[in-house]
Design a protein around this ligand. Structure first.
Ligand code: DP6
Length: 356
C-alpha cells in the first residue's frame, strides 16, 4: 500500500525581522518577529510525501534533484522525528479505541519526499520558510495529526525559524518564548489575509543568485559580535512588536510602513555591525531605497508614506503598498531600473506584472 499527500505553502516576508538564535539546535530566536504571508499565486513551495512499507529508506528530492546524506540533515531529521513521534502517539491512541490491527502503522514506514519551489532558492526570498512549512504541514496531513497549527509551528520552527510563520496566512507573530525547551516559541495569527485586502507586496528580484552568507551562519556571527543586535533585542523589538501589531489591527499604513522600513534598516545595520561585516544589500537595493524614500517625500507630509521597502538576507526588495499606489510604484521602479538593463524581475502579489 502507498499513502500519499500533497500540499502547498506560501512565502512570508517579515516586517519585524528575526535575526539571532538563543538556541541553535531547537531554533529559538533572540527576539520575536512579525511577518506578512504572501498569496500563493506567485510564490509557493509544493511538497508531495509518500509513505510505504516497501520503501527501503527515506529519500528527499528538492526541485527534482535528490539530496543525499539525509542523516546529516539535522533540521530535516528533527522535523521527521517530531512528526513521527506524534503519529506514533496517535496510533497508540487509535489502537486503544479500534484495535492495533485496524491502525495503519505509518510511523514505521520510510518516506519519499518531493519538494519544489516556483521561485529562486536561497536568494533571500524565504524559500526555506515555505519549504519547511510545507514539509511539516504535508507530514501532519499524511499522518492525520490531531494538533493545532500553533503546535505544528513549533515543529516547523525546528526546520527553519521563519518557517513557523508560513503555516498561517495573513499577519503572523512568532513569539520568541522564554522556555529552554522551546515549548512557548510559536507562531500565532494576528489577523487573517482578508483583514487588510488593500495591502499588496511588490517583489523586485534584484538577483536570483544564491546568497554568499546564509541566514543561519550570518545571524550567529551577528549574535557573537554585534553590540547593536543586543541593543535591538532589549530596547527596540519589544516595543516595535506592540506598535506593529497595533498598526496592523488598525490598518494604519503610515505606521506600518514606518516600522517596516526602520526594522529592515536596523536589521541591515546589525549585519554591518557584525565583525567581519555582512553585506546583503547591493547598489540596486540601495537605489530602490532611495527611490522609495523620494516617492514617500513627494507627499510633502512628514509621517505619511505610500510605500515601504524591506529586505531579507539578500538584495531583493519587497515593497509593501496599498493597492491603489502599486501602478505608480511599478512605473517608478521600471523608469529607474529598465528591466533590460538591470536584469530585474518584478511581480506583485497577486498580479504578475512583467519579467525579462
Ligand atoms: C532575514 O529562518 O532563514 O529572513 O532559522 O537559520 O533557518 P534559520 O534562518 P531563517 O532566517 C530568516 C531571516 C530573515 C528575517 C525573517 O524572516 O524574519
Amino acid at each position: 500500500m502507498l499513502y500519499e499527500k500533497t500540499s502547498t505553502s506560501p512565502v512570508n516576508i517579515a516586517v519585524i525581522k528575526y535575526w539571532g538564535k538563543r538556541d541553535t539546535e531547537l531554533i529559538l530566536p533572540t527576539n520575536s518577529s512579525i511577518s506578512v504571508t504572501l498569496s500563493q499565486d506567485q510564490l509557493q513551495s509544493k511538497t508531495t510525501i509518500r509513505a510505504s512499507p516497501k520503501f527501503t529508506k527515506t529519500r528527499l528530492w528538492l526541485n527534482n534533484v535528490e539530496e543525499l546524506n539525509l542523516s546529516n540533515n539535522a533540521r530535516l531529521q528533527n522535523c521527521l522525528r517530531a512528526t513521527k513521534k506524534l503519529r506514533k502517539e496517535y496510533e497508540d491512541q487509535l489502537s486503544d479505541e479500534i484495535g492495533r490491527d485496524n491502525v495503519i502503522p505509518l510511523s514505521t514506514y520510510n518516506l519519499h519526499i518531493c519538494s519544489e519551489n516556483n521561485f529562486p532558492t536561497a536568494a533571500g526570498l524565504a524559500s526555506s520558510a515555505s519549504g519547511f512549512a510545507c514539509l511539516v504541514y504535508t507530514l501532519s496531513q499524511l499522518y492525520e495529526l490531531p494538533i493545532s497549527t500553533t503546535e505544528l509551528s513549533k515543529i516547523a520552527r525546528q526546520g527553519s525559524g521563519s518557517a513557523c510563520r508560513s503555516l498561517f496566512g495573513g499577519f503572523v507573530n512568532w513569539q520568541m518564548g522564554t522556555k529552554q525547551d522551546g515549548s512557548d516559541s510559536q507562531a500565532l495569527q494576528i489577523a487573517s489575509s482578508d483583514h487588510w485586502p488593500e495591502l499588496e507586496a511588490l517583489i523586485c528580484v534584484v538577483s536570483d543568485a544564491k546568497k554568499s552568507t546564509s541566514s543561519t551562519e550570518g545571524m550567529q556571527n551577528t549574535v557573537k559580535t554585534s553590540p547593536l543586535l543586543q541593543y535591538r533585542i532589549n530596547n527596540v523589538v519589544p516595543e516595535r512588536m506592540k506598535f506593529m501589531t497595533d498598526a496592523i489591527l488598525r490598518k494604519d499604513f503610515n505606521k506600518f510602513a514606518e516600522l517596516t522600513m526602520k526594522d529592515s534598516n536596523q536589521f541591515h545595520a546589525c549585519c554591518l555591525d557584525t565583525f567581519p561585516p555582512i553585506f546583503y544589500l547591493n547598489d540596486i537595493s540601495r537605489a530602490i531605497i532611495r527611490v522609495i524614500t523620494e516617492y514617500n517625500n513627494s507627499t510633502g507630509k512628514p509621517g505619511e508614506y505610500k510605500a515601504a521597502y524591506t529586505f531579507d538576507a539578500g538584495p531583493n526588495a519587497v515593497i509593501y503598498a496599498l493597492k491603489q499606489n502599486i501602478p505608480d510604484i511599478i512605473n517608478l521602479i521600471s523608469k529607474y531600473f529598465p528591466p533590460s538593463q538591470n536584469n530585474l524581475n518584478y511581480f506583485s502579489d497577486p498580479y504578475n506584472l512583467f519579467s525579462n
